[in-house]
Design a protein. Sequence first.
Length: 474
Amino acid sequence: MQEQDRHIRVWNNCLQIIANNIDQQKFDTWFKPIRPVSLEESTLTVEVPSDFFREYLEGAYLHLLKSTLKRAIGTDAKLVYMVRPVRNQQPMSYPAAATTTPENPTVSINAPKPGSAGVFAIPGVQRVRINPNLKPEYCFANLVEGECNKMGITAGENISLAPGKTPFNPLFLFGGPGLGKTHIAQAIGIAVKDKYPDLVVLYVTGNEFKTQYMDAVRGNKLTDFMAFYMRIDVLIVDDIQGLLGQASQNAFFNVFNHLHQSGKQLIFTSDRAPVDLQNFEERLLSRFKWGLSVELSRPEFKTRLDMLRARAFREGVNVKDDILTFLATRIKSNFRELEGALISLIAHATLAHQDITVSLAESIIGNIVGEEESSISIEKIIDTVCDYFNITREDILSKSRKRPIVQARQIAMYECRNLISNCSLSTIGAELGGKDHATVLHACTTVQDLMGIDRSIRQYVSDIEEMLTVAVER
């Protein structure tokens, strides 16, 4: 009996490790539904509710799963999925191609604009087509994927295949300016319209929704306003933090409830996480947390460089890689500033009939973003790590194999590789006690693996990066 229950005990051990490394909402959504089936030698078989569920686990949590299984079972651990759909799950159902008949007329109208009550509903019309307010250039094809936005893009692509029928409802994208929140949100809408032309998709900002609501109240068209929004199949609200005011939030609360209960898709973006939104009703904040919240972070060097290459290609301009590398090294904050700098550089070169050179790029960048933060150096990283762990510089550069010293040294190597552009492993090793590139690579891999399963290591890395950010901004 004990042998038969071994798979349950092992999976419960895995769940304890996983629960310590992700937040409760994600744990409840993605790991509680999993059921252990069997454990034969080093192969654990688990049951998941759908192929989509399995694919998302593999995409979003593969590293965590591999590290956890290795820790619970051993280095030969393998995970096998059995897909068993949840009973009584509603089948996906989408409108057929539009047909215009006297019994089922189709009309096209524009979404109401701020400052005008607009036409919210037309009595007797069974199907309404509206202008979704989407920009074609904000499609998935023009998105450059990196660690900074991978989860958001993955979730968005899955939503576009089955809007309203995935666990990502609502999808809440948050992060600082210029990180691609609007692009991902609109890309979902564009992909939905391509695949399901008859679904009603609408993109609107939080401030526009509030303005439309106030205009509807003044024009005695509140019933039409609510009826209009309750027709939407995919509602995208950008900058939801702009939806201020108790009355407009109450109206949005009712729209949210109706659409969500009807299996419609909701997508929100914000400059901050749901928990950090100010002056929002608690009942609305709790609903923002029902689905999936994804934070978009600052793009890493490779993603910045890939984005510049892609944008230059779309502009039809050949920009040498050393110039793109210069831009990607100097501008680290967000995609918007990167694109703006590249477009400005191309424009200056075109208007002045000049070649695009690094010197021209230097002058353009200086005018646009000024002096960016002083670059992070290996010296600065070593000093910061030593301060954080309260060890001396001699300790970290020594050949000591004491665990605290080795850990600090490995984290310093990881931070050098992660934060310093175009810094070779050999250079890092030479500066950190004369280590070879293989030692540095092993250190970086070790820290990366530990960050997947050890919250304290993640905290160390996060704290040190925060200290470095504060230091370079002074």
